[in-house]
Design a protein around this ligand. Structure first.
Ligand SMILES: [Zn+2]
Length: 355
């Protein structure tokens, strides 16, 4: 029994070592693609719709593309997209011979002579294999698709140009698809755009990791759940953040709102004040058996490393009718026994006596 338990703990710890960040940088033979000057100029050549001006981010496709670039510029990274003004005629760099160093954004009915297939847009990029330094990144939007602009959940029919532009510009600056590389996370950089209309915490973490952050990340930490811990029954998610507009915790891909601003005298020396606590109640059983990931998100950006924890349940969300008192010999120390009592309301045991 004892050895079985050790084996189980080891298995969990091995699972923990596979933990990694989710965003993925475009990488080839070890060279990580990036703009060495931390900036790229976009030559926007997508023009305006011929009939009706765009109602969102319009009136022109060029305006929507410019706003998409601005979303990345506002992500708090030391990277800037500039817009070439006026734009200039330039060809797509389909082969290494026609790399012109101009990052052109155009409509196209093929991708360098090849069919787009299901792709709504393609980014054609070139970088030095030795250093990863980008030379060129052209974005081609598929003219065979029906395009418009709108925010919010994805609709059937015409495609929102703005979110596709955000995704493609993410490639231009060096990000790849997390979901194509075994990562499961909410991100506009997922291969299908992730079903979201704007940058997500993981996308922001990606650009900040490649180019550095413009401001030091908010100081804060997720205290519970701790990394490598076991959870059951009803408990709390808690921690502290010095300063924030919005504090959230991601459990897997699910966003959990917390109460922020509770008193944490222990954070005085780090934050300069004490109203830094956050907390929320959670029924761990609702997550189901298995290993889960928790991440602290402050103002849309991940702070600190993710925590992996293991939930074990009695197979249901709220177990009723059980009761019992159990003796834990020589706990917490030799010569002392703790008596633990099942408390249905918290779906857990509490120490009833020490003798
Ligand atoms: Zn893509």
């Amino acid at each position: 029994m004892r050895s079985k338990q050790i084996l189980f703990v080891l298995t969990f710890l091995l699972l923990l070592t596979s933990l990694s960040h989710a965003w993925v940088q475009i990488t080839e033979q070890g060279a990580k693609a990036h703009w060495s000057q931390k900036r790229a100029t976009l030559n926007l050549r997508v023009g305006c719709p011929p009939n009706r001006p765009l109602t969102a981010w319009g009136p022109c496709w060029d305006d929507a593309a410019e706003d998409a670039a601005a979303q990345w510029n506002a992500a708090g990274a030391q990277f800037t997209f500039r817009i070439q003004s006026p734009s200039q005629p330039a060809a797509v760099s389909c082969t290494s011979a026609d790399v012109d160093g101009i990052n052109t954004v155009v409509w196209a009915d093929t991708h360098c002579g090849m069919a787009f297939g299901d792709s709504v847009a393609v980014t054609q990029y070139w970088f030095r294999r030795s250093t990863g330094a980008f030379l060129d990144g052209d974005v081609l939007f598929n003219t065979n698709k029906d395009w418009t602009t709108y925010s919010g959940p994805r609709r059937s029919g015409a495609i929102d140009f703005h979110r596709v532009a955000i995704h493609e510009f993410g490639h231009v600056l060096g990000l790849n698809h997390p979901d194509d590389h075994g990562q499961r996370v909410t991100a506009i950089m997922n291969s299908s755009g992730g079903g979201v209309d704007r940058l997500q915490a993981d996308d922001i973490a990606g650009i900040r990791a490649i180019y550095g952050s413009t401001s030091p990340p908010s100081k804060g930490a997720l205290g519970n759940p701790g990394h490598g811990t076991f959870k059951s029954g009803i408990g709390v998610i808690s921690g502290w953040v010095c300063r924030a507009q919005r504090v959230e915790v991601l459990i897997g891909t699910q966003r959990v709102g917390v109460v922020y601003g509770t008193d944490r005298p222990d954070t005085l020396s780090v934050c300069g004040d004490t109203n830094n606590g956050f907390v929320t109640l959670v029924n761990w059983n609702r997550l189901g058996d298995g290993v889960h990931t928790a991440r602290l998100v402050v103002d849309g950006a991940a702070v600190g490393p993710p925590a992996e924890f293991k939930v074990t349940t009695f197979g249901q969300e709220f177990y009723r009718g059980a009761e019992g008192v159990y003796r834990l010999p020589n706990f917490p120390s030799a010569g002392l026994d703790a008596l633990i009592v099942w408390d249905e309301r918290v779906q857990n045991f509490a120490i009833g006596a020490v003798e």
